[in-house]
Ligand binder design. Sequence first.
Ligand code: NAD
Length: 425
Amino acid sequence: MNTMLKAALSQIKDVSPILADDYPDKKRFKKAINELLTPQRFIERKISIKDKDGKKREFNAFRIQHNDARGPFKGGIRFHRNVSKDEVQALATLMSLKCAVTGIPYGGGKGGVMVDPSKLTKEELKDLSTEYAKFVTPYIGPWKDVPAPDVNTDGVIMSWMLEAYEKKVGVQAPATFTGKPLELGGSLGRTEATGQGGVFVLEAYLRRNLKLKINASKVTIAIQGFGNVGYYFAKIAKENGFRVVAVSDSSSGIYNPKGLEINTLSLFKQKGGSFKNYPLKAGTKLITNAELLGLPVTVLVPAALENSITKDNVEDISAKVVFEMANGPTTSEADRYLHEKGIDVIPDILSNSGGVTVSYFEWVQNLSGYYWTKERVNEELKKTITKAFTDIDKIVKEKRISYRRAANYLSVKRIIDAMMLRGRA
Ligand code: NAD
């Protein structure tokens, strides 16, 4: 079992002792927990395409459906050479937790192909996407399993997959995939949804915990990563009056204690620049990613990679709160240390759930055939994600546990309750 799968399963095991008190029938409870430790369905096959020289090439492909007690399976499809069955299972399990904590009516799933897509031509990538969609067609659909983009897949790939799926089933079914381009039924607001959702959670957290005694401009933010998630978090936080003092890419960090010009940084990145070559103005300096993690800010936002806060660097952290916008950025040892030090960690399954929430809105729009304005998408996102935060915050205060344990407690409870109502446990 790889470490990622171990970590995903430990999220469930860790809360099972506190959950046990809620279920008098211990036998049923144990059965439910055991079921959650194994996915409902593993689908694995070699899929093949002909490469540009006409040679057959095979790839391992997976779809793992973790639990659908709360609704259709939902989760992305990843194209990466390190994709493994354990990794896909871990991600499918975390999707069940994420959908449950947000309160959206889905279970968790995930898919992947072991491939380095940078080595494929566009035609080969299209063929691979089409073959993958044909492979999973019997198992997916608007009321069965709804895939979406993930690492190295995007709206173009979803469009090819939708076409292959609809050809096989013979009907238009845009609600089978989310993350589609607007022209094929995608939702307004999806591109920035993860960053936007994170800022809504931040605002709710500050209202609840620092009671906005400090006004927004005094709240300083350092963000590791400046891709889709980091950039939109920075942009929207700044638009809402917060002071973003540091951002980074894989090459370097940029720091200005008075606040950064996010639009200028973004234009520089759009032209293909690396921050290590950023033309610095007075007051702004280059820092390393390690230095960024140790900045004396109100909010530290890891928005790049998994395992970036570890036992080796956690003692440097002096932020008041860590907002996990990347998936799994804090190792469990580092997480324990931060909890003991009284630094809140707002867990990924809550703080980065804006993306899957707007994917849910896309599905709702596709099923009804009626499309929302961006204002409505953001209004609904704010309502949904703020409620999720409030539900978790209540458990934090009542049970005196960390935000991560409270989020896991709530999500596992919601899934178990649905399983029991269905008579599965
Ligand atoms: P992205 O590829 O657009 O951006 C990643 C950023 O991280 C880039 O700026 C890159 O330079 C930076 N980076 C890479 N290695 C780094 C390193 N060693 N140190 C510092 N920075 C580094 O990816 P993204 O879509 O922004 O996703 C970021 C994280 O958020 C991932 O963990 C992803 O799984 C998670 N996430 C993304 C979404 C979404 O909607 N895009 C939703 C939920 C979670």
